[in-house]
Design a protein around this ligand. Structure first.
Ligand code: NAI
Length: 686
């Protein structure tokens, strides 16, 4: 049974009961129709309340059913909604918890809606490359104003019932209450039965006057080839016209998008993130260790950001530095970051103080002793790591987890600095660590299963997308990034300009191509690393163009010039005559004849480089699955989400074509053996 039927006085109450999220699967829809028919037929019943539970009214359609072939078995959500609208007895939706997608569309078909102030409503379909498919684009604009509805539908964002009910003139909620929603709805239903009125949202006229032109411009700029938001906006515009025409247009758009590559890619991304949480080979019954207090060693760029994750989640943090001065500096940076959130209205001053109050700064290792997990974020230098881990091994309590945020050093070596290598794990955050959602969990040779489980669970507790990686230089993400950068620098050397490369990648869907991104991050860090590498190994390959740029003091936006020029205080990248001259002199000096590249070839060269390195990473077991690589690239490296990640993208292109192109691009190197094998067998990564 996926619904339950009960009666209070003359009101029939239909409870959705399809754990865990009250998804609107076929059996739930059948249950609703059965109970609804029963209520219509019952002589003593005057009105009907439809409700869920405290956590979920309904989280919407079952995503795994979305792309399944349409079943002839009814009722469809649309049919259910029409049955409600035509009902001779008033239908009231009583909404608590999530009311998403199809759940909201169903509620929009009721005659009245009573909601808890805290109920969360959204039409998140665009996040899966879809548009609402059961009238959401036509009813929500009629119930709210055009602009609010358009924002919600094109962005898939979540609003509370309380905030929407405050909009003047809104018809979405008839009543919002702080408690006892179902009781309030039952009383309300009794009154409405007596009134005899059964208003339908479809009969309302969408409010005139809201110009969606600016939103259209913004979305065109932001969506970079991602189709669903603009299609959704067009549908919202149609809500100004006749209802059934809008509904038909919505249905046609929905059916087309369900079959699109973009939606398939976004569904892949959704399931890939979930799959990444499962760690194969983990002993059955592995239980994460409890983590009540976290320690962070090093209050620099990463340490500060890492600490903020835990403070935001109400987890106390002890923070250790070498001396008072860098400690104070680190603390001041954290406070400044929170203060800017306060200034932007994202945080209350009280919440700021509460977070700072959870922070326990120290210069004494003994103060870390009561922490359950410590994350080291000191200089990227093995000798410094040795000192820190030796010390941590001395002071941390038994069972505490010792994690390193190192981005390039060998976690197996770090683990051996301690007498408890099974408790050592890598937790590789990305900068800025309080903003970026990706967290690579690095499993060293001896890392215990429950340590891995704890690090992953803790990451998710603070809102991270976690992926398990094996030990190698750069783990999954940065190792692939190095290949991507080499591929793009190679293009630069033989004739493409930074603006050609960037605009090709932006056309593919990246927010920023490699050179605009490089200017934003700053070229000085990479240069310092390269100089160290050249000193250590004079035979190391050089990146002449990047080095010469840095020698000119062009570090990017921070110095007002990098691969591009910048006007003071502005971020617009202006093609630079200095860089053009640098490239010209490079072609002259090296005698390279400048080649021309199409945008398509630029994209292939860069993306297939990612794919090739990804295939090696997969083959070596550094990544557990191809879809984990996709998750890393989507969550951490700005790969366009509607393309599903590099490995999924390659599957779509066809691995034989990818393999053939890689051979053409670089005759001196064989493509990854796994790629060649799969291509030959006509198989895919995912
Ligand atoms: P940073 O130089 O900004 O901060 C390092 C901090 O550690 C400094 O405040 C320093 O005083 C402190 N420190 C040095 N030795 C110490 C010791 N013995 N005990 C306590 N504190 C000590 O460096 P950043 O960028 O925060 O990097 C830290 C670690 O995070 C490195 O391992 C780095 O590879 C890694 N990482 C850096 C990323 C980045 O984008 N910056 C991204 C991901 C990882």
């Amino acid at each position: 049974m996926s619904t339950q039927y009960s009666v209070v006085g003359s009101v029939a109450i239909i409870h959705l009961d399809n754990p865990p999220l009250n998804g609107l699967s076929l059996s739930t829809r059948q249950g609703i129709l059965r109970d609804f028919t029963r209520a219509l037929d019952a002589p003593g019943i005057d009105s009907i309340v439809l409700t869920g539970n405290a956590a979920d009214f309904s989280a919407g359609a079952d995503i795994s059913e979305v792309a399944a072939p349409r079943s002839a078995a009814g009722p469809s959500l649309r049919e259910l909604i029409e049955a409600f609208e035509d009902s001779s007895k008033p239908v009231v939706a009583a909404i608590e918890g999530t009311c998403f997608g199809g759940g909201l569309e169903l509620a929009l078909g009721a005659h009245y809606r009573v909601a808890a102030t805290t109920a969360k409503v959204a039409l998140p379909d665009v996040k899966l490359g879809l548009v609402p498919g059961a009238g959401g684009t036509q009813r929500l604009p009629r119930a709210l104003d055009m602009r609010t509805a358009a924002d919600m539908i094109t962005g898939g964002s979540t609003r509370t019932a309380g905030s929407l009910a405050a909009i003047p003139g809104q018809k979405l909620f008839d009543l919002v209450v702080d408690a006892d929603t179902v009781t309030a709805a039952t009383r309300f239903a009794t009154r409405m039965a007596a009134s005899g009125r059964r208003p339908r949202i479809r009969d309302l006229v969408a409010a005139e006057g809201d110009d969606l032109g600016t939103l259209h411009t913004q979305l065109t700029k932001r969506s970079r080839g991602f189709a669903a938001p603009l299609i959704a906006l067009d549908l919202v515009e149609r809500a100004r016209g006749p209802f059934t025409e809008g509904l038909d247009a919505e249905q046609a758009a929905f059916l087309e998008l369900v079959g699109s590559d973009q939606s398939a890619a976004l569904r892949h991304a959704f399931f890939a993130e979930r799959t990444a949480r499962r760690i194969p080979g983990m002993a059955a019954g592995t239980v994460a260790r409890p983590v009540q207090k976290v320690a962070v060693v090093g209050a620099g760029t990463m340490g500060g950001g890492i600490a903020m994750n835990f403070l935001d989640a109400d987890i106390p943090v002890a923070m250790l530095e070498t001396s008072q001065e860098p400690l104070d500096r680190g603390l001041a940076t954290i406070r400044r970051n929170y203060q800017s959130q306060v200034n932007r209205g994202k945080l209350t001053p009280e919440a700021l103080e509460r977070r700072m109050g959870l922070l326990d700064p120290t210069v004494d290792y003994a103060d870390l002793a009561d922490c359950d997990l410590v994350i080291e974020a000191v200089f990227e230098d093995m000798d410094v790591k040795r000192v820190v881990f030796t010390k941590l091994d001395e002071v941390m309590k038994r069972g505490a987890i010792l994690a390193s945020n190192t981005s390039t050093l060998d976690v197996d070596v770090i683990a051996e600095f301690t007498g408890r290598p099974a408790d050592v794990v890598g937790m590789h955050f990305f900068s800025p660590a309080n903003v970026m959602t990706l967290l690579e969990i690095v499993r060293a040779d001896k890392t215990a299963d429950d340590v891995l489980a704890t690090a992953s669970a803790l990451g998710r507790r603070v809102g991270k997308v976690t992926v398990v990686a094996g030990v190698c230089d750069g783990f999954i993400g940065n190792r692939m990034l190095a290949r991507y950068r080499r591929a793009s620098d190679r293009l630069l050397e033989v004739g493409a300009s930074p603006e050609q490369i960037d605009s090709a990648m932006e056309g593919f869907g990246y927010a920023m191509g490699p050179y605009r991104a490089g200017d934003l991050a700053g070229g000085d860090i990479g240069w310092a690393i390269r100089k160290r590498r050249y000193a250590e190994n004079p035979a190391a390959p050089r990146n002449e163009l990047a080095d010469r740029l840095c020698e000119m003091g062009r570090f990017g936006q921070k110095t007002g010039a990098g691969w591009y020029d910048y006007e003071p205080g502005r971020r617009d990248a202006i093609p630079s005559p200095v860089v053009a001259a640098l490239l010209e002199s490079h072609y002259r000096d090296t005698g390279i004849r400048r080649q021309n590249f199409s945008a398509e070839e630029i994209v292939q060269r860069l993306v297939f480089a990612l794919v090739d390195e990804g295939a090696r990473i997969l083959d070596e077991g550094i990544a557990l699955r191809a879809s984990d690589i996709d998750v890393v690239y989507l969550a951490g490296y700005g790969f366009p989400r509607h393309r599903g990640g590099p490995m999924f993208h390659a599957d779509g292109v066809g691995l034989d074509r990818v393999e053939e192109a890689l051979r053409r691009f670089d005759e001196s190197t064989e493509p990854a053996p796994l790629l060649t094998r799969l291509a030959k067998e006509g198989r895919t990564f995912n």
